[in-house]
Design a protein around this ligand. Structure first.
Ligand code: 173
Length: 324
């Protein structure tokens, strides 16, 4: 009897040990990007994946499945939420259905490092955990402004009579300026321009040359406004199931890729020079119009978030516009 009990005990112990061993083994996450592979807004994510795969050997790896051909951009948030994918590179503008107040992230005037220091990161992460079923792992795109690009010049900040391609990033501001808006994924902008279906589009200062849009673009309006947020999200159940060591590899790569945001100012300058060389002309308003342009952008953006979720807007505004 004693032997029998001992054997049973040993068997139970080895099952438990087996489970521990299995969970400590290398795990592989399936990841996608909402932006085309190899293009500007996939590049930080791709460098992050490489970093995880180098530093996480034997611990955690990422299998980068692909871009918008794998999951359509506006479906990427849903894919993370449901666990169709484990990890994704996506801007909050592509998951407003899940995080309606996410439009605040682009209104930040401070950096993700400031947000980690002042508690804003925790607030944003909690919102993602509750509303997106995702852990907010990293933010890239800091320091990259958005612009209005056109196929014809304009005299002042008035877009009435023009049809402009949008996403939730530009919607409130361009509506305020009187534009007719058409929402498309980035992959549809070129053909919309080619068909003459749009007179312009919103896009960051970086990346339009990557996509060949300079062939269909004559002007960029300066100054830029807002600040890109392209975020790395991990399905929450997957995140909770990782070991501390596995999470540590992801967090180490996240801190590294967020540090790379410091390069954006220099890259922005290179992109402006390359756009000029490609024949893009800059429309620069006078000082009063420039000040009004920037103020309108910010006011329209915050008004939109406040209408959706006044409490979240107030809390986020406090910490996204405060470098301390
Ligand atoms: O214009 C867009 O498609 C958009 O919203 C966006 C957001 C972040 C980076 C690049 C584009």
């Amino acid at each position: 009897m004693i032997t029998k009990h001992l054997l049973a005990g040993l068997a139970a112990a080895s099952v438990a040990l087996g489970a521990i061993t299995a969970s400590a083994q290398e795990t592989t996450l399936r990841g996608v990007s909402a932006f085309a592979q190899g293009t500007t807004f996939s590049q930080p994510w791709e460098a992050f994946v490489e970093r995880v795969n180098e530093t996480g050997t034997g611990v955690i790896q990422i299998d980068y499945i692909g871009g918008p051909e794998a999951v359509p951009p506006f479906e990427t948030g849903n894919a993370v939420q449901s666990g169709v994918v484990d990890i994704a590179n996506v801007t909050s503008a592509f998951y407003p259905n899940l995080l309606p107040a996410g439009g605040a992230l682009k209104l930040a005037t401070n950096s993700i490092q400031d947000q980690r220091a002042n508690g804003c990161y925790d607030l944003i992460n909690d919102m993602h955990r509750q509303q997106v079923n995702a852990h907010f792992l990293a933010r890239t795109g800091d320091g990259i402004p958005f612009h209005l690009y056109l196929t014809q010049p304009i005299d002042g900040p008035d877009l009435s009579g023009l049809t402009i391609r949008t996403t939730p990033v530009y919607r409130a501001f361009f509506t305020e300026l009187g534009a007719n808006l058409v929402q498309t994924a980035p992959g549809e902008v070129y053909s919309a321009l080619e068909r003459g279906a749009i007179d312009g589009y919103g896009w960051p200062v970086q990346g339009m040359l990557d996509l060949g849009w300079e062939e269909q673009t004559t002007h960029r309006v300066d100054p830029g406004f807002y600040q890109v947020d392209v975020n790395i999200l991990v399905n929450l159940d997957v995140w909770e199931g990782l070991t501390d060591e596995q999470r540590g590899v992801l967090e180490g790569a996240a801190a590294w890729v967020e540090g790379e945001n410091a390069n954006n100012e220099g890259i922005n300058a290179d992109e402006r020079a390359a756009q000029e060389a490609a024949g893009i002309q800059v429309i620069q308003f006078d000082d009063a119009q420039t000040a009004a342009w920037l103020q309108n952008a910010q006011d329209a953006g915050w008004a939109e978030v406040a209408e959706i979720d006044p409490d979240a807007a107030a809390a986020l505004r406090g910490c996204l516009t405060n470098a301390g």
